[in-house]
Design a protein around this ligand. Structure first.
Ligand code: GRF
Length: 202
């Protein structure tokens, strides 16, 4: 059974979908802990499932490195096989990435390498794009630059705003995330091999 730590900042709807999937006895991964950089709404999903949570409040640390050191200490307590960044709105410091790579994956609401960064959905609309997408990547030291392990297109419809478009992207993100975690757990997706290969889109 693959053990997973999920890190969030927000509502945790993607976390919720992964928790629901992992509740199926046939799903080969279990979420063992949920962490956040703030009092995230999404903690409620973990609590509902009786899954432990930890908080490393971003605002209480002087630097990304100090925050990351405490995050790493928390992760070290749980020693998950995989870390999923699911809406964590902070860049992990290089020391944390180095310690856990390639066992950190991130979901992103765009078809990377298009529209990296924190405002991917807004940026796609502002660019006048007719399609965007969802991606799951292996985290590296860059901003959404790691090897892509799954992605799918989502059309941008006339009249879409950031909210409506994000609402259509999220179900795709969830499906990709659940499938990627399943494939990792089943040995069908080797993150080390993915991390060593050149991203198909670069
Ligand atoms: C997702 O679209 C994620 O990719 C982005 O923030 C969103 C998180 O949503 N970075 P939620 O907290 O899972 O509802």
């Amino acid at each position: 059974m693959l053990t997973v730590a999920v890190l969030i900042s927000g509502t945790g709807s993607n976390l919720r979908a992964l928790l629901d999937a992992a509740a199926d006895a046939d799903y080969p991964a279990r979420i063992i802990v949920v962490g956040a950089d703030r009092e995230a709404e999404g903690f409620a999903h973990a609590e509902e499932y009786g899954i432990p949570t930890f908080l490393v409040p971003w605002r209480e640390y002087d630097s990304r490195e100090d925050w990351g050191a405490e995050l790493a200490a928390q992760l070290e307590v749980w020693r998950p096989d995989l870390i999923v960044l699911s809406g964590l709105m902070r860049l992990l410091p290089p020391a944390v990435v180095e310690a856990w790579s390639p066992r950190i994956i991130n979901t992103h609401p765009a078809y990377l390498p298009e529209f990296p960064g924190a405002h991917a959905v807004r940026d796609a609309i502002a660019a006048g794009a007719v399609q965007t997408g969802a991606s799951v990547i292996v985290v590296d030291d860059g901003v959404d630059t790691g090897p892509i392990v799954a992605q799918e297109r989502v059309p941008i419809l006339p009249g879409d705003d950031e909210h409506s478009l994000h609402d259509r992207i999220k179900p795709v993100e969830r499906r990709l995330l659940i499938d990627v975690v399943r494939r990792i757990a089943a040995g069908e997706l080797d993150l080390a091999a993915a991390a060593a290969s050149v991203s198909p889109s670069s």
